[in-house]
Design a protein around this ligand. Structure first.
Ligand SMILES: Nc1ncnc2c1ncn2[C@@H]1O[C@H](COP(=O)(O)OP(=O)(O)OP(=O)(O)O)[C@@H](O)[C@H]1O
Ligand SMILES: N[C@@H](CCO)C(=O)O
Length: 317
């Protein structure tokens, strides 16, 4: 095993994501321009110093079970490095448990931080980053766009290797995400999925998912028709009735609304930027919960990591 150089420090930025996009269950994902930012410094073995600001500050653990920290330890072990001490400063803006990929982003942050900490000794390939992140997240559709940005198509090879293809999104696509007060655990949402689906529904989704790739990359006028789904949203609807009702309202107005990730947020893909405000108004008019509208954009860069010289980082930065 090798050792991370004590004092080495990296700055990481990871985007929120929206997975599934309607018909692309466990396959399609979009990186969004909302970010968590972190600095990670290697300390002497045994030392651990965690401070979190912003989303989750009073909720996430500040010991080794913190998702970013446990991910860094896992990734370093897989890369052949001993467990160092760590100082983590996190500034989070991605809402937790809302279907915006917060856990995937935390995992990606840990993986790219680990890769950045060992970069002077070992280069880590994109395939390895995706494999490490997918092993921890369980499915690649959140972690692929978080790592690489843009629209990603993710799949797992017959031998179990995760892969992804990044596409650029047409400039004519604009986005609003409607985030409710309530949370929804991804594991609860996954427990509602049946193990088998009707063949006709599989064909229905195949056609829409293929069409959606065309709609997002070159033909935004097809967004409404291409965001229909029969593989996951109806099975999970009873667990998030407010989400279902809002999506029904938005789609009745011709807006391409889908559950974001495992929910309960709603992603609206628009071919006219003015539709974002229309969608936000419809959400605002509902009295069942407060929906916060994020008028956001596609992130095209994905996760970034850069070395920071020690002098530029103060312990509370
Ligand atoms: N930045 C973070 N730091 C530490 N823990 C985090 C962070 N982000 C998420 N988590 C952990 O992950 C949990 C949320 O994960 P979950 O998979 O249920 O939702 P999500 O990732 O926001 O949604 P989805 O997977 O549907 O996009 C949080 O409650 C918290 O325990
Ligand atoms: N494809 C995943 C995304 C959320 O992690 C799901 O819907 O369960």
């Amino acid at each position: 095993m090798s050792a991370v150089t004590p004092g080495r420090c990296v700055k990481v930025r990871v985007p929120a994501t929206s997975a599934n996009l309607g018909p692309g269950f466990d396959t399609l994902g979009l990186a969004l321009a909302e970010y968590d930012e972190l600095t990670v410094e290697a300390l002497a073995p045994g030392e651990l110093d965690i401070e979190v600001e912003g989303v989750g500050a009073d909720e996430v653990p500040t010991d080794e079970s913190h998702l970013v920290i446990s991910t860094i330890f896992y990734a370093l072990q897989q890369l052949g490095f001993d467990k160092p001490g760590l100082r983590l400063r996190a500034n989070n803006t991605i809402p937790h448990g809302r279907g915006l990929g917060s856990s995937g982003a935390a995992i990606v942050a840990g993986i790219v931080a680990a890769a950045g900490l060992v970069e002077d000794q070992q280069q880590v390939s994109d395939d390895t980053l995706l494999k490490l992140a997918t092993t921890l997240e369980g499915h690649p559709d959140n972690v692929a766009p978080c790592l690489f940005g843009g629209l990603t198509i993710a799949w797992v090879t017959a031998s179990g290797e995760p892969r992804s293809k990044k596409l650029m999104v047409d400039r004519g696509v604009s986005i609003v995400v409607l985030v409710p007060e309530e949370t929804m655990s991804t594991s609860v949402a996954r427990s509602l999925q049946p193990s088998q689906v009707p063949h006709a529904d599989a064909i229905f989704n195949l056609s829409r998912a293929a069409l959606l790739v065309a709609a997002l990359s070159q033909s935004p006028e097809l967004l409404f028709e291409s965001t229909e789904d029969r593989l996951h949203q109806s099975y999970r609807a009873a667990a998030m009735p407010k989400t279902k009702e809002l999506i029904d309202d938005l789609r009745a107005e011709g807006l391409a609304a889908v559950v974001s990730g495992a929910g309960p947020s709603v992603l609206v893909l628009c071919d006219d930027p003015a539709d974002r405000l229309r969608a936000a108004e419809i959400a605002k008019s509902r009295t069942d919960t407060t929906w916060t509208a994020y008028l956001t954009a596609v992130d095209i860069q994905g996760a970034t990591v850069e070395e920071v010289s020690k002098q530029t980082v103060s312990p509370s930065a």
